[in-house]
Write a protein that binds this ligand. Structure first.
Ligand SMILES: [Mn+2]
Length: 328
């Protein structure tokens, strides 16, 4: 079974700076909506917001939904607006770490074994505003304390260049690799959000391959954008080849974990958005299977000037685009 999930929060009401979209749903209604979507068999649950007033384990079991991750929100509370894991106030930092620990207990209870954290309130806006080294140390110590608390639960760190802060403390692939290497605990992983990688100016498949190179366990968030902002659009709709290469690379390195849609269904019915997203992703899985690693290796060995033309022709044909044979 291909494990395809959706972040439960997107099944309720969402908002941007100007508008509200779709109807308000309770945590239970969001899970019920997820369970009805063809092609979706799991959810990522936001802690604490999607965990209030609901018997989660029982509801998930009844609906037949798996849990891809517990997403601990260390940015939503007003007290975290000036930073959470990097806050100069040790009490605030302790509260943020306590939330992550609670999320780890919940993840274990739900049998998913993973917490994901995207520390978006940690960063700065202006020159001279922050002590960059001190903020890095505080974030490192916070993640180290949380990871050490529950060695049986993966603590998956999600990097992103900006938003809500103009500059994030954990902005890109290199930073997250360095953070994890510096902490040195084996239960740290990386939430690889394709949109964040695009927006960080990375080539997503290369970024994913480098996570495997460094022995780091990825967990994949699927979405798309125009590389200028984290628009959370339907995956593959814009950067088709990037998504195809990410899927191919993930399979190549044996990824058998969840593919979780981090897609904002603004101006769309969330159920159609995610049903279509699942269909498109499965089509990309099928296309990726048609790209043979051995054949790629052979084409890469072609004469220098012939290499790229041959690879492009092979790829376009592999995904079903007809290309006329060359005239002799
Ligand atoms: Mn994400």
């Amino acid at each position: 079974m291909t494990k395809i999930a959706v972040i439960a929060g997107f099944l309720g009401q969402t908002r941007d700076r100007f508008c509200l979209y779709n109807e308000v749903r309770s945590p239970k209604e969001k899970l019920e909506a997820a369970a009805e979507i063809e092609g979706i068999n799991g959810v990522e649950i936001i802690y604490p917001y999607d965990c209030q007033g609901i018997e989660l384990a029982e509801t998930l079991r009844r609906l037949g939904l798996g849990v891809a991750a517990v997403n601990v929100n260390v940015k939503g509370e007003p007290e975290f607006a000036f930073g959470s894991l990097t806050s100069p106030d040790p009490n605030l930092r302790a509260r943020a770490v306590a939330l992550i620990k609670e999320g780890m207990d919940l993840a274990r209870h739900l049998g998913c074994g993973r917490v994901t954290v995207c520390p978006l309130s940690d960063g700065h806006e202006y020159a001279f505003q922050g002590d960059y080294q001190e903020e890095w140390r505080r974030m490192r110590d916070a993640f180290a304390e949380a990871a050490a608390y529950a060695p049986d639960v993966t603590l998956s760190l999600e990097y992103k260049p900006s938003e809500t802060r103009v500059f994030s403390t954990l902005p890109n692939l290199s930073a997250v690799i360095l953070m994890i290497k510096e902490i040195g605990l084996p239960n740290l992983g990386v939430t690889f959000d394709i949109g964040h990688s695009l927006y960080a100016g990375e080539h997503p498949a290369q970024a994913l391959a480098m996570l495997y190179y460094h022995g780091l366990k990825p967990y994949i968030h699927v979405n798309d954008n125009y590389r200028n902002w984290d628009w959370d659009l339907i995956a593959g709709a814009i950067n088709f080849w990037d998504l195809l290469e990410v899927v191919w690379t993930a399979r190549h390195y044996g990824y058998d974990d969840w593919w979780t849609f981090d897609v904002m269904p603004a101006r769309m019915d969330p159920r159609s958005c995610f049903a279509t997203s699942a269909k498109l992703l499965k089509a990309i899985f099928a296309a990726a299977k048609r790209i043979d690693a051995k054949e790629l290796e052979r084409l890469r060995a072609a004469t220098r000037g012939e290499r790229v033309p041959r690879i492009l022709t092979y790829l376009w044909r592999a995904v079903g685009i007809e290309i006329a044979e060359e005239k002799e």
